[in-house]
Write a protein that binds this ligand. Structure first.
Ligand code: PEP
Ligand code: MG
Length: 597
């Protein structure tokens, strides 16, 4: 029997099934008497405190490879005390005279209904975090001990309806070979953590819990998204070979992470990392990045109920600068609005938030907020190699305004005798089509460009990047997109500055030859993508990529480009693009094979 799901973490895991029934607790409604209300409230408060202790303990014990994800648990801590959960539970206990478990379930149902209306899939899926938090409190209320995977006697493949990030951390200590869940998607936290731990995983199978019995033999193919139940000896042999092949491939890829990213004919590309949290810095270094090309600074604001204070901003940026030094830390100023919101800045209802008060526009309006951030970044520049990157620039007048604020911030620091790097480099994200058209003029105003393809594609093809209905139209290989990238790089070079790319396209292996051919100076990406990209760079000749890019830039449809590019990939990188090994999805979830589709 084969169960089909989503390959959430690559690799092959083979072993006996262990069914983890974490939905065991049944929440029952209990009506309580007037005299029991205070006691029930105390029971709830105690459970919340215990949950806090458990999560804080997890944060202490979190293994190094997962440290960069500790933001997930910090969010869970905030949720425990969120008025929507904490205050409302206390209120429901006394208003409706019900037990705390039932009050929590009612709140969760209500929030679930609200979340179901959210269009953005990523945000909609964050309801799962609240589910984990509520389940943790309910478990504590009912005295249910949590499962300790380190107690497992033999290696197993874990099968569950759903796993929380905390369960996933537990797995790092135990003998878990792979995991399978009924629900979940590639972007669920459990899938993300699974990838960081290198555990093969298939999620979203729908009915694994009811179709698999404990002890049955399983093959988890996290590459193809399949779970094979009770395979025969022939299939077992095929998958054992596949497993060995994948392990060898991974080892070889990792060996390349600390070599320079230089093609066979001597073209050197800077490879940097995109980060959202401080905790990711060890991973940046381990994966062989030469610094951070994009620090999405808004995440520090997103984790706060109020605005972070000046000192907190400074200390965070200083730490980033110091820990990366001598490599650069490129701090992007606040990019909120669009699909990211913070409660401390009210944006009003917008019909088209992606075209609304977002990123630099918001900062130029909220100038105090902006200058506070600029001062913190400038102060941090005295402690390392800091660059500032401004998002969503559409033309020169915004750069003039940005510079005016920057000068004012510098002047205030000078007056206070506070040190900073007077020659700090400033760059702009090229992600609005007019910035591409005006790239020659903008290049004279700044020290570097960084192409944000996530937004550049969204704005130039008029495809909402978070709308699943048009996701299939989101096309990095559109000839218009490739020409915009080329135009930006050429304009930068003519003005003697560097052009980087920090959108997702930079870390996607299949686009690499085109970007090398266009002559990009720097690629900044998710840390996990670095070893493979470096290895590919070291195996190729820029000369070949240049003639490929020339041909592709002359094509008139994405289809022609894709076809020719795939032929190049299969013949130049047979290890990474083997057409006999099945599908290879790109980041929009499109299958790259078969070649002639
Ligand atoms: C981009 O738009 O490509 C980018 C890197 O920025 P973000 O994804 O944060 O909008
Ligand atoms: Mg962007």
């Amino acid at each position: 029997m084969i169960l089909k799901g989503v390959g959430a973490s690559p690799g092959i895991g083979i072993g006996p099934a262990f069914l983890f029934d974490n939905l065991k607790i049944k929440v029952l409604k209990k009506q309580i008497g007037e005299g029991e209300i205070e006691q029930e409230k105390r029971r709830f408060v105690r459970a919340v405190c215990d949950a806090e202790k458990q999560i804080n303990q997890l944060l202490i014990e979190i293994p190094d490879e997962l440290r960069r994800h500790s933001g997930i648990f910090k969010t869970h801590l905030l949720m425990l005390r969120d008025p929507m959960v904490y205050d409302r539970t206390l209120k429901l206990i006394s208003d409706e005279r019900i037990n705390a478990e039932w009050a929590l379930s009612k709140i969760l149902d209500h929030v679930r209904r609200l979340f179901a209306q959210i269009k953005d899939q990523y945000i909609r899926e964050r309801i799962e975090d609240l589910e984990y938090v509520v389940r943790r409190i309910q478990n504590l209320l009912s005295g249910n001990p949590s499962m300790d995977f380190s107690q497992l006697e033999k290696p197993v493949v874990l099968v569950a309806h759903d796993l929380s990030p905390a369960d996933t951390i537990q797995m790092s200590k135990g003998k878990v070979l792979a995991f399978v869940t009924d629900v979940g998607s590639r972007t669920s936290h459990t899938a993300i953590l699974g990838r960081s731990l290198g555990l093969p995983a298939v999620v979203g199978t729908g009915d694994a819990m009811s179709s698999i019995a404990s002890g049955e033999s399983l093959i988890v193919d996290g590459l193809a998204g399949n779970v094979i139940v009770n395979p025969d000896s022939r299939l077992l042999k095929v998958y054992r070979d596949k497993q060995q092949h994948y392990i060898r491939y991974q080892l070889e890829v990792i060996q390349h992470s600390n070599f320079p990213a230089e093609t066979l004919d001597g073209f050197r590309v800077k490879i940097k990392a995109n980060i959202e949290f401080l905790e990711e810095i060890p991973s940046v270094i381990q994966h062989g990045a030469e610094g951070v090309g994009l620090y999405r600074s808004e995440y520090l604001y997103l984790a706060h109920r109020d605005l972070p204070g000046d000192e907190e901003l400074f200390h965070t940026y200083k730490e980033v600068a110091e820990r990366l030094s001598p490599y650069p830390a490129t701090i992007r100023t606040l990019d909120i609005g669009g699909d990211k919101f913070i409660s401390s800045v009210s944006l009003g209802d917008e019909i088209n938030p992606a075209l609304g008060l977002r990123a630099i526009r918001l900062c130029l309006k909220e100038s105090e907020l902006f200058r506070a951030q600029l001062k913190a970044i400038l102060r941090a520049s005295a402690y390392g190699n800091v660059k500032i990157l401004f998002p969503l620039i559409s033309g020169k007048s915004e750069i003039v305004e940005v510079r005016r604020h920057l000068e004012q911030a510098k002047e205030e620091l000078r007056r206070g005798g506070i040190p900073f790097d007077e020659g700090i480099n400033i760059g702009i994200m090229i992600e609005v089509p007019t910035a591409v058209v005006m790239a020659d003029s903008l290049a004279r105003e700044v020290d570097f460009f960084s192409i944000g393809t996530n937004d550049l594609i969204q704005y130039s093809l008029a495809i909402d990047r978070v709308n699943e209905y048009v996701a299939h139209l989101y096309e990095p290989l559109h000839p218009g997109v490739l020409r915009m990238i080329q135009r930006t790089v050429m304009a930068a070079h003519e003005a003697g500055i560097e052009a980087a790319m920090c959108g997702e396209m930079a870390g996607e292996a299949m686009y690499l030859p085109v970007l090398l051919g266009i002559g990009i100076d720097e690629l900044s990406m998710n840390c996990l993508a670095i070893p493979k990209i470096k290895r590919m760079i070291r195996q190729t000749r820029q000369e070949d990529c240049r003639s490929l890019a020339q041909r592709l830039l002359e094509a008139s449809t994405a289809y022609e480009i894709r076809k020719e590019l795939l032929e190049f990939l299969v013949s130049n990188f047979p290890e990474d693009f083997d057409s006999t090994q099945g599908m290879y999805p790109d980041f929009a979830g499109r299958d790259v094979y078969p070649l002639n589709s």
